[in-house]
Ligand binder design. Structure first.
Ligand SMILES: [Zn+2]
Length: 271
């Protein structure tokens, strides 16, 4: 499942292909992904020039010179294919640029989405309305967390996964950041002191930045014909490493399952 660094990598990979280019055609090969495409999507995008790309949480943003922003989400299995030599049945959206480049949004499970909004009204886009700050942004730090978690009795892991507290964090990065910050995933949010919250905010940025860097260095491998944007291999601190040694103290990493989601943690150095 693509997480924030995969989306960031995808946006960076799409940028040289789209930015400054006119979209000659957009072919919607079905009516919907997770929900229907906006009925005027094709008309608003076809012939527009892409002026810039960006990311909000796990959403990719494509701005056009008509004052619109296309917003895509990769869901569980989505990725963009670069200059595919043939279009397959899971290529649900196909874009062609004035430079003859072709992009296909491929999503076999169809949990992704593609929308279009007025750029100036992007804050009102449903998923963005109550969304917390970007974890890599300046607003996200120990002081912010101290305010956001002050009266919260829920476990810190659940609080970090709450998109209203911080945007775009998924299970993998929350597990790894808690290990790096030496905080137990079950610790109540309000019982974590300010110094530890500073460390936690720093740890979140560190694990995400490392993953974004890994994604960036993988880009040259797949920005080529039939390349696929969105996935790259990384090494985790604790995620998926049950039974292996903690990178800090070498204690055996444990896995716990609550409500169907795995938590990986070190029982010794995470308090
Ligand atoms: Zn440890």
């Amino acid at each position: 499942m693509p997480e924030l660094p995969e989306v960031e990598t995808t946006v960076r990979g799409l940028e040289p292909i789209l930015k400054g280019h006119r979209i000659e055609s957009i072919d919607l090969r079905r009516a919907d992904l997770r929900w229907p495409f906006p009925p005027d999507l094709r008309q608003r995008v076809q012939g527009a020039v892409v002026t810039g790309l960006g990311r909000r949480a796990k959403y990719g943003l494509i701005d056009t010179d008509r004052g619109d922003t296309m917003i895509f989400h990769l869901g569980m299995s989505g990725h963009w294919r670069i200059d595919p030599s043939e279009i397959g049945k899971h290529d649900h959206v196909v874009i062609e640029t004035d430079a003859g480049r072709r992009l296909a949004l491929n999503d076999h499970r169809r949990f992704g989405s593609l929308d279009i909004v007025r750029t100036e009204e992007i804050g009102g886009y449903g998923p963005f309305v109550k969304m917390g700050p970007e974890p890599l942004g300046e607003d996200f730090d120990g002081a912010y967390l101290a305010g956001a978690l002050a009266r919260r009795a829920a476990p810190i892991k659940a609080l970090l996964l709450d998109q209203r507290i911080v945007a775009g964090l998924g299970n993998i990065y929350v597990c790894d950041a808690l290990n790096l910050a030496q905080i137990a995933p079950g610790r109540a949010g309000r019982h974590i002191g300010r110094e530890r919250l500073d460390r936690l905010a720093g740890a979140v940025k560190t694990v995400l930045t490392a993953a974004v860097a890994a994604g960036g260095s993988s880009l040259r491998d797949y920005v080529q014909p039939d390349g696929e944007l969105g996935y790259f291999s990384k090494e985790w601190r604790v995620y998926g490493r049950e039974g292996l040694p903690c990178p800090r103290c070498a204690t055996t990493i444990r896995r716990r399952v609550d409500s169907g989601r795995s938590t990986f943690y070190c029982p010794k150095c995470q308090r």
